[in-house]
Write a protein that binds this ligand. Structure first.
Ligand code: HEM
Length: 365
């Protein structure tokens, strides 16, 4: 039954755009967008950016208080003599957080191309990608993007949508830190959008405004290989890892009111695939003629886009080697993406647990 739904889901997602583009043969092992069928209002292709639902601080504080009390009784069976601070969450508790995010992703499809998944993945990436291996500063430990100035850094424009979207989940599970929640949501969204398994472990502590990182730690989309290497080598990644990570641009879109760029990278922006690489290699890309920042558009339909930084991956010989491999081999991309995204989400975290203690979350049916 589940597999019939998945087959239907894939048929739906593939049939949406009537174009000559078709996802390349997909991994039979991984490419199962588990929510595509249920989330039938999710569009395979693109529309205008939705307005992110903005949250009201006081409202959330109220919900948090109520949710905290609810969770307290859920967690402790109503034994008010036990302080909720004593609560030690188990894998089952984190799975409950995962299930809640997965359920909301499936239910709340009235946004962008039909899913909050891509913007959650971007939040997890920007929270982690500030890491500097020399100084040990930045990384996913801290969730300092809650505060200005980090929340106002140009690269983080639009991520308030994701932070606000996670507030009701934080209110329901008040024991989880923001930094664990944001990264768990990133892991959940990749899995729920049909991507590989992303093992995850808790252990991040929230930090205050003093731990905000300086502007300029995240990549600038108008720049090319030297800049990309400077930024990602600083985090501790090599060329193959950089290419695998940027393959995440199979998902989501750029928004003129956020980065200034415009459009999706491919025709199924809510399904995790290796399409970003296949299109980079197979399609002809030309400079977009418009009154906006320099970006590229596909010659065939003029509706897709690539950033200058994306194009650098085929201009640079070392990067291109990996692009070619991932364009042809979806399984290799899924495996390498999983490894490198797990590494990304753990940057800068002083875990007391071991890598083998990571949880593998059960995806939704
Ligand atoms: C050179 C590296 C990168 C550059 C320059 C870059 C730049 C950008 C830009 C300009 C946007 C559009 C933002 C907007 O207007 O809403 C974007 C979106 C996105 N990026 Fe990247 N990015 C990079 C690497 C990555 C990595 C490593 C990941 C994940 C592991 C990632 C995941 C995403 C996702 C999922 C979106 C779509 C967000 C949405 O739909 O709201 N990016 N990126």
């Amino acid at each position: 039954m589940a597999s019939a739904a998945r087959t239907a889901s894939r048929a739906f997602l593939r049939s949406t755009p009537a174009t000559s583009f078709r996802p390349a043969a997909r991994s039979t092992r991984f490419a199962l967008p588990s929510q595509g069928f249920r989330a039938s209002s999710r569009r395979g292709y693109a529309s205008e950016a939705g307005q992110g639902k903005s949250s009201n601080g006081l409202l959330w504080a109220g919900i948090a208080a109520a949710g905290g009390a609810g969770a307290y009784f859920y967690l402790k069976g109503g034994d008010s003599s036990i302080n909720s601070k004593d609560f030690v969450p188990s894998q089952k508790d984190y799975q409950a957080v995962y299930d809640e995010i997965a359920r909301r992703l499936a239910d709340e499809t009235d946004y962008d191309d039909g899913s909050y998944g891509p913007v959650l993945i971007r939040l997890a990436w920007h929270a982690s990608g500030t890491y500097d291996k020399e100084t040990g500063t930045g990384g996913s430990n801290g969730a300092t993007m809650r505060y200005a100035p980090e929340s106002d850094h140009g690269a983080n424009a639009g991520l308030k949508v994701a932070r606000d979207w996670l507030e009701p989940t934080k209110a329901k599970f008040p024991w989880i830190t923001y930094s664990d929640l944001w990264t768990l949501a990133g892991s959940c969204a990749v899995q729920e959008l049909g991507g590989p398994t992303i093992p995850w472990r808790p252990g991040r502590q929230d930090r205050d405004v003093a731990a905000c990182t300086p502007d300029g730690r995240l990549p600038d989309a108008s720049k090319e290989h030297k800049h990309i290497r400077d930024i990602f080598y600083r985090m501790g990644f090599n060329d193959q890892e950089i290419v695998a990570l940027i393959g995440c641009h199979a998902l989501g879109r750029a928004h003129t009111d956020r980065s200034g760029y415009d459009g999706p990278w491919n025709f199924s922006p809510t399904v995790f695939t290796n399409e970003f690489f296949r299109l980079l290699v197979d399609e002809k890309w030309q400079q977009k003629k418009w009154n906006g920042p320099a970006q590229f558009t596909d010659k065939t339909t003029g509706t897709l886009m690539m950033l200058p930084a994306d194009m650098a991956l085929i201009k640079d010989k070392e990067f291109k080697k990996h692009v070619d491999r991932y364009a042809k081999d979806s399984d290799a991309f899924f495996k390498d993406f999983s490894d490198v995204y797990v590494k990304l989400l753990e940057l800068g975290v002083p875990f007391t647990s071991k890598p083998e203690d990571r949880f593998v979350f059960k995806p939704s049916e």
